[in-house]
Design a protein. Structure first.
Lengths: 356, 473
């Protein structure tokens, strides 16, 4: 796979122009050819199940927010499921994942229990942070998930630090550091890029470009809207990926992770994706048209794409898929029940976990 | 007119230096720009260039002389046609130095070092520059009979880091100029040579970024020491320190720890003005999830830094540039640890309690000496750790004295002194015989002008006055 980074990538779309520097041009992706590495039946079914689980979880969370069971901010991941599910397929045990505040999907993809995630959303003692972190601040060291960070862009330096620890220990692990098109304009992102390339840290930066930083369209906030080129001045290779196609994500993820793992330094993947819901539950998303959203849903939905392939290839029947859906709904209902009935943290927890 | 060359100040806080080497000899022709001598400070060896042209008429301070005070005449340059006989009496030179404004306006010393310098060769008695030591009282953290060695705080800090890095492979240091340059203030001198570039890491000038990288590495279980060249620059990184380092353990329900030390000089140096002279003690002491340490003696600096590195929590370790070069006894022990969160009675007394830490201790201890001459015995408490605050030691003292004055370089509003006053009112009101007074930095940005800077900082007289006010004497 080490060589794959130098070849035109399967499954990438509309990458940036070849950079002026030779080295970078060699390493950057000139895509266009949409030959996509096909998934096996088992891979398609697994991806379908994973992505659907995230969607059903988020739908349930939205519902519970409406019922007043979840407070504060709640940022749903609906529409972007292919990104985390595809990337997770590129990881090995011991690799780390870190992201910002839109983190529910990442946690489920890392294998965290929906019950513990949902109970954290409702602020209950069975939540991953004992109810003290909430939607934006959850962690599972066991699953390699390091948050869940509420300050936009902060996770980029932190993820670079996780990768620093991997390099320091020479353990062969890689850190996936996710952030959005909005966070991509924070200064510390570039401070981190500089150090990551300078020290050849094993970090993959995944920019989830869902077109809007809260209510601000990318073109209104970013002088360079091709985020895959944001590492160009640090000599960090990057590519744009169809983030709605889980196969394209996996292929790009494997290239990037292999690059980082082999000691060549950081790699940037810009995931072209879309969130169907508002920025948070309280955002009516008036800054974009209903038609725009509808077009993405009908033409690019990441779950529908897999579903259609499964049916076309005869790898699953409608009934099979309904059964999977029913099973997932049951899991999420159980998570919601647990999160509604689990007690709030004991009042003594107010003063615990401040210091070790 | 023969021209005197004076011992130059080569850094904002330099008070004295060693005359390492004369490059020019008596009788040599000197052009402006010629290197004539090498001066050694505790931070570096620097070259002295001639400004005037002529002949090096006389060397007043021989090479190898230690501790030459800034502004001491070190040589005389003769213009064409002048003879060595024209060189004035050295006593007159010393007088000239005396009348010059103090170059190293060290806030520590009310009387500038230059003024006390005798005629050349000027050797400052090191006792003058060293802070008063609480020698009368045994160190509570040191076993009786332990051999003590005199070290500068700079050496003590370096030794603490080196010892902990030898002990634990997860400990590393990162920051600007910590490796190749040997530390902007030479605190990391020799560490690169001993531990290599993997563990002694020069960062770009990128405080926000490298603070975050350090916190991320700590979340993964490493134990970083992050040096800020000064804490003024940590303002760039304060989000990572507070929102990531201090809060994540709580927000993760105890899952994610952050064993990290942020260290560097804090507070006013000398003549570096408002953006480079600020005391952040109160800022960080406000934050649950942080520990805040500020040592005064070399021994405490060593023992506390070792404890801070081992502590599983984020520790803000506030050093003081002016104290870096000051020497005091450090116990010669294989593993000397001073526990965090414990104040120390630096001088016992029954009449009034003075509470200070870091360089504030120098005002408090000198004031205690002055007060003693007036028959007022002050008990001086060195907080050492500001968070968690050892208020019990303060209260126990106040129960004895009934009076208290706090001393800090920081601003008055919401300062550490304000917190001590509030806690005394809440917890020891019945024992107080007078209002608690605060001596603080003035409520202004730090001015550059020497006279204004001196006014903006606390001084010994203010502490004496406050103590007399609360003792009604």
């Amino acid at each position: 796979m080490a060589l794959a980074a130098k070849k035109p990538a399967a499954g990438t779309i509309a990458a940036g122009k070849p950079a002026a520097q030779k080295a970078l041009a060699r390493r950057s992706e000139k895509a266009g050819a949409k030959t996509i590495a096909e998934f096996s039946k088992a891979e398609e079914l697994a991806a379908y199940r994973e992505m659907l689980a995230i969607r059903r979880f988020e739908e349930k969370a939205g519902q519970m927010y409406g019922m007043g069971l979840i407070g504060g901010f709640c940022h749903l991941y609906i529409g972007q499921e292919a990104v985390v599910v595809g990337m997770q397929l590129a990881l090995q045990p011991g690799d780390q994942v870190i992201t910002g505040y839109r983190d529910h999907g990442h946690m489920l993809a890392c294998g965290m229990d929906p019950k513990g995630v949902m109970a954290e959303l409702t602020g209950r003692r069975g939540g991953y942070s004992k109810g003290k972190g909430g939607s934006m601040h959850m962690f599972s060291v066991e699953k390699g998930f390091f948050g869940g960070h509420g300050i936009v862009g902060a996770q980029v330096s932190l993820g670079t630090g996780l990768a620093f620890a991997d390099a320091y220990r020479q353990n062969g692990n890689v850190c996936l550091t996710y952030f959005g098109d909005g966070a991509a304009n924070q200064g510390q992102v570039y401070e981190s890029f500089n150090m990551a390339e300078l020290w050849k840290l094993p970090v993959v930066y995944i920019i989830e470009n869902n077109k809007y930083a809260m209510g601000t369209a990318v073109s209104r906030a970013s002088a360079q809207t091709d985020f895959s080129r944001r590492g160009a001045s640090f000599n960090i290779p990057g590519e744009q990926v169809d983030g709605m196609d889980v196969r394209a994500v996996k292929a790009a993820g494997e290239r990037a992770v292999e690059f980082a793992r082999s000691g060549k330094g950081p790699y940037i993947l810009e995931m072209l994706t879309y969130r169907y819901r508002g920025h948070s539950m309280s955002d009516p998303a008036k800054y974009r048209s209903k038609e725009e959203v509808q077009k993405m849903r009908t033409e690019h939905d990441p779950i529908e794409q897999v579903r259609n392939r499964l049916l076309e290839k005869g790898w699953a029947t409608e009934d099979d898929l309904k059964a999977i859906d029913a099973e997932i709904r049951e899991t999420m209902n159980a998570a919601a029940d647990f999160a509604s009935s689990d007690p709030e943290p004991d009042v003594s927890e107010l003063y615990t976990d401040i210091l070790r | 007119m023969p021209v005197e060359i004076l011992m130059p100040a080569l850094s904002p806080t330099m008070e004295k230096g060693n005359l390492a080497k004369w490059i020019k000899k008596e009788g040599d022709a000197v052009k402006s720009g010629d290197v004539i001598a090498e001066i050694e400070t505790d931070k570096a060896t620097m070259e002295v260039e001639a400004v005037d042209e002529g002949t090096l008429g006389k060397i007043l301070v021989p090479e190898g002389t230690q501790d030459v005070a800034v502004n001491t005449p070190i040589a005389v340059i003769l213009a064409d046609g002048e003879s060595a006989g024209a060189i004035a009496d050295p006593a007159a030179s010393a007088k000239a130095a005396e009348s010059a404004p103090p170059v190293a306006a060290a806030p520590l010393e009310p009387s500038p070092v230059a003024a006390s310098a005798p005629a050349a060769p000027a050797v400052v008695n090191s006792a003058v520059a060293s802070p008063p030591q609480p020698a009368a009282l045994p160190e509570p953290d040191v076993p009786e009979g332990t051999e003590m060695v005199t070290q500068t705080m700079r050496e003590a800090l370096r030794d603490a880091m080196a010892e902990e890095m030898r002990r634990d492979g997860d400990v590393f240091i990162m920051g600007e100029e910590v490796a190749e340059y040997q530390g902007a203030y030479k605190i990391t001198q020799g560490l690169l040579q001993e531990f290599g570039a993997r563990r002694v890491i020069d960062t770009p000038i990128t405080e926000h970024g490298f603070a975050g990288v350090g916190v991320g590495a700590a979340m993964a279980g490493l134990k970083p020491i992050v040096e800020f060249m000064t804490f003024n620059f940590a303002m760039q990184a304060i989000d990572q320190i507070i929102n990531s380092a201090a809060k994540t353990h709580y927000m993760s329900g105890g899952q994610i720890g952050c064993s990290i030390v942020f260290r560097g000089p804090n507070g006013a140096a000398a003549r570096v003005a408002a953006q480079h002279s600020q005391d952040y003690t109160a800022w960080y002491s406000h934050i649950p999830g942080l520990k805040v340490v500020a040592p005064y003696t070399a021994a405490d600096a060593k023992g506390l830094l070792k404890a801070a590195i081992r502590d599983p929590n984020p520790v803000i370790f506030l050093e003081n540039e002016i104290l870096y070069g000051h020497s005091s006894p450090v116990p010669k022990l294989d593993d000397f640890i001073v526990p965090l969160g414990k104040a120390k009675i630096a001088r016992p007394g029954a009449d009034v309690t003075l509470v200070a830490w870091s360089i504030g201790m120098s005002y408090a201890l000198k004031a205690a000496e002055e007060l003693s001459k007036k028959g007022i015995e002050a008990e001086v408490i060195d907080l050492r750790t500001i968070r968690p605050l050892d208020i019990d030691t303060v209260i126990a003292s106040v129960k004895k004295t009934g009076r208290c004055v706090t001393v800090e370089e920081g601003w008055p509003q919401s300062g550490v002194g304000a917190e001590i006053v509030a806690q005394l009112v809440e917890k020891a009101f019945d024992y107080l015989d007078a209002p608690v007074l605060r001596v603080t930095g003035k409520d202004v940005p730090m001015p550059y002008a020497a006279n204004l800077e001196k006014l903006a900082l606390p001084n010994v007289q203010e502490v004496v006055d406050a103590a007399r006010a609360v003792t009604y004497r």
